[in-house]
Design a protein around this ligand. Structure first.
Ligand code: FMN
Length: 405
């Protein structure tokens, strides 16, 4: 099957026209052997390359290219399949954008395209090329430092709290994971993540509950989270708790019960963030909306969890606006390498900025993911990169730090 891959990268240093020429000569020879064709653009700061050929061969060439230290921050913009090659005659044609005006480059490039006129008009690959040549969307090019310039601090010692000892017969426990403001090296919130007894997985915990007790158990469990927060003496930070949206609807006076429990454990409602996942909200929306109004009226904040992974998506932001949105890990994983994920997250950021909704990136595990998100304007993070959840206690936090030269 004929596949097409487009990526964009940052030049690692300056490359002279002679060096570029040599690079492309070598590429042509190698590509001819692998029956890979394509085009390479360079604007002095970025490379932009189209590779086409069999799935395996394109992948093999791309893998080689990605380890080349003449560039870094490679972002895959498109991976697609096509009935015919766009650059059937070019082992690797080079266009140095600084040499000629944009329209001259575009005309020359179109002459290389081996598709018929009609297909060229609607072709996504050609649109991508035109957009790069014309320098459109340049503001969405997020430049990042090489990850090798960054490291993580060894965990600072958080004031020692003896771990909380769950009472005998307590049917669930909680692990705490921080939500961090990296620029200010502050923990802004602790998320209480439900676990079964002795730290068993949430799936095991929920599986042993009868279906009709699920919502009441979900509500009752929060008492243990508040006990834990009280024991650990949370003062400045907020405590984020997860609730099944239907818990707010199915359990009688769920909001009143929550508020009573919060106060009983020495916490303020303003310290509590209720996280709900978007796909569960859709059923009984009106009843849910009423519960949300009660929560907000009491001073409790609302966060939309796993945003981008469910069904309701953006229309939910139009219907009701949470205080916080947590972008799902599926959009965050390898964001530094994925053009589609970057486009989606930039759109979410823009939308949330217009609505004054705080954005939290969850599931951050790699320093490169954090580097990209930080440059894109994300301020708050949660993920293994900073701290893993700790059962009945506060985990220590690692902070990104620039390596000294
Ligand atoms: C922007 C850029 C584009 C490249 N394009 C190709 C290419 O299309 N085909 C290729 O074989 N090598 C390409 N290379 C060079 C490879 O990264 C690598 O240096 C070359 O294939 C030799 O690999 P080898 O030493 O492992 O044999 C490119 C390098 C850069 C920096």
């Amino acid at each position: 099957m004929l596949s097409t891959l487009i990526y964009r990268s940052q030049l690692a240093g300056s490359v002279s026209p002679e060096q570029l020429k040599a690079l492309v000569e070598c590429a042509r020879v190698k590509n001819a052997k692998a029956d890979v064709t394509g085009i390479l653009l360079c604007d002095g700061q970025h490379f932009f390359q189209v590779l086409e050929g069999s799935v395996d061969n394109v992948q093999r060439v791309y893998q080689r290219i990605s380890t080349d230290n003449r560039h870094f921050n490679l972002i895959e913009l498109l991976r697609d399949y096509a009935p015919a090659r766009r650059f059937g005659n070019a082992g690797m044609a080079l266009f140095n954008l600084g040499d000629y005006p944009q329209h001259v480059v575009m005309d020359a490039l179109l002459k290389q395209v081996t598709l018929n006129e009609e297909r060229i008009r609607d072709d996504r690959v050609v649109k991508f090329l035109r957009s790069f040549i014309e320098g459109r969307d340049k503001e969405t090019f997020v430049k990042i430092d090489p990850a090798s310039e960054w490291t993580l601090t060894t965990p600072s010692l958080i004031p020692a709290h003896p771990a909380f000892q769950p009472a005998a017969g307590q049917h669930c426990e909680f692990a705490l994971q921080p939500i961090v403001d990296v620029a200010n090296r502050q923990i802004i919130s602790w998320e209480a993540l439900i676990r079964g007894q002795r730290g068993a997985s949430p799936a095991d915990y929920f599986a042993q509950l009868p279906e009709d007790e699920r919502y009441q158990a979900d509500l009752d469990a929060k008492t243990y989270a508040f006990q834990l927060a009280q024991h650990l003496g949370l003062r400045e930070q907020t405590l984020s708790i997860n609730l099944l949206p239907m818990t707010l609807v199915m359990s009688e006076d769920a909001v009143g019960h929550l508020i009573a429990q919060i106060r009983q454990h020495g916490l303020r409602p303003e310290q509590i963030v209720v996280e709900v996942t978007e796909d569960e909200i859709i059923s009984r929306f009106d009843a849910f909306h009423l519960a949300v109004r009660q929560l907000k009226a009491a001073g409790i904040s609302l966060a939309l969890d796993d945003f981008g992974a469910g069904f309701a998506g953006l229309s939910l932001l139009a219907d009701f606006q949470p205080d916080k949105v947590k972008i799902d890990r599926k959009l965050i994983t390898d964001i530094h390498r994925s053009g589609p994920r970057q486009a989606i997250v930039l759109a979410i950021l823009k939308c949330c900025q217009a609505l004054e909704i705080t954005v939290i990136a969850e599931g951050v595990e790699k320093i490169e993911e954090w580097l990209w998100l930080e440059r894109a304007g994300v301020r708050y993070y949660q993920g293994f990169l900073f701290a893993r959840p700790a059962l009945n206690s506060l985990p220590q936090v690692c902070w990104p730090a620039r390596r000294s030269a």
